[in-house]
Ligand binder design. Structure first.
Ligand code: HMG
Ligand code: MG
Length: 288
């Protein structure tokens, strides 16, 4: 039987949040509508954070209101606090994501609070989500390296993942935020995490430097992970992680996984269209 691997498309959020040009809502909606035809089960398209912190995501409600929703696709939004959750709920996001950091330096830079403070805010989001019957996904940033503090202790990631699961997250996405990980470091991380948290509750979210994201996916497959986040066209970066690379490109990841015999359920022609669209949005010629 062919094994399934799910690609969680995060391009319209993680990909676009870092773009300097103010991208019109109509372009964002067109990209999501194109992606909705490619076979994804989950697409992250919105972020209800402070518009002062991430101006590009300020029109998230309009994006959610303007897309053509395809049945069976869950349209996800980031929610950093209770206000973000209320906005996501009102805009009819199908699920929300909370996003903690494994290092104090990145938590301060990204969320203006320490890890303990962020968990308090996320607890309020998780509680409200439970009441509204909305699934919550948990991200952990800087799982191997922090742009401010360097190497991160894998046990700190494990403890944080356990806290997020206790809050009610249905899955933890492990973020190599700045694309500094390599297969040896990811193996050390998963050696610490997987004995405590089953692989089916984990996803890999690898930003791509020097092609290492694919190597990180491969080692993660060996540990049993079967969900990977990716951005169409390889868009991305994090505004609060200096030098952060884009996410692994969806179309390349799909190609490589298919070559290894995995089924992603995605349609390559539609991915190529979306990748060309994404790259045109940032003014880069598509080479797909
Ligand atoms: P703060 O300044 O500590 O918050 O920021 P505050 O409660 O003091 O509020 C400050 C202002 O923000 C107020 O407005 C609030 O109303 C407003 P003012 O009075 O100054 O006009 N505000 C909001 N506005 C809209 N939506 C909200 C909201 N909350 C407060 N939800 C805060 C705290 C969390 C808001 C801020 O730090 C923030 O927005 N951070 C988000 C940063 C971000 O989005 N980073 C990128 C996403 S994470 C990522 O990319 C990593 C990931 O991909 C995984 C990986 O790669 O590792 C997920
Ligand atoms: Mg990211």
């Amino acid at each position: 039987m062919v094994e399934q691997v799910e690609i969680f498309e995060v391009g319209p959020r993680d990909g676009l949040q870092n773009e300097a040009r103010a991208i019109p809502v109509s372009e964002k909606i067109a990209l999501v509508d194109c992606l909705s035809q490619a076979g994804f089960k989950r697409i992250e398209i919105a972020s209800f954070v402070s518009p002062k912190w991430v101006p590009q995501m300020a029109q998230s409600a309009e994006v959610l209101a303007g897309i053509v929703r395809v049945p069976g696709v869950s349209y996800a939004a980031l929610a950093p606090n209770r206000r973000g959750f209320d906005d996501a709920l009102q805009s009819k996001a199908d699920e929300v994501a909370i996003f903690a950091a494994a290092s104090e330096g990145f938590s301060q830079a990204n969320l203006n609070t320490d890890i303990a403070g962020s968990l308090q805010r996320f607890g309020a989001v998780a509680e409200a989500a439970k009441g509204a019957n909305l699934p919550v996904r948990g991200y952990i940033s800087c799982v191997t390296d922090c742009p401010y503090e360097g190497a991160v202790d894998p046990d700190q990631v494990r403890r944080l993942a356990e806290s997020l699961l206790e809050m009610g997250c249905y899955e933890i996405s492990l973020g190599d935020t700045i694309g500094h990980a390599n297969p040896v470091r990811i193996a050390a991380l998963l050696d610490a995490v997987v004995p405590h948290i089953p692989a089916h509750l984990l996803a890999g979210h690898y930003h791509d430097t020097r092609g290492l994201a694919w190597a990180n996916v491969q080692v993660s497959l060996d540990y049993g992970l079967r969900v990977f986040d990716a951005s169409v066209g390889g868009l991305g970066g994090c505004p609060y992680a200096p030098g952060a690379a884009g996410n692994i490109a969806t179309e390349g990841l799909h190609h490589n996984l298919t070559e290894l015999g995995y089924d992603t359920g995605l349609e390559a022609g539609q991915l190529a269209c979306a990748a060309a669209m994404a790259q045109a949005m940032r003014g880069v010629q598509s080479n797909v």
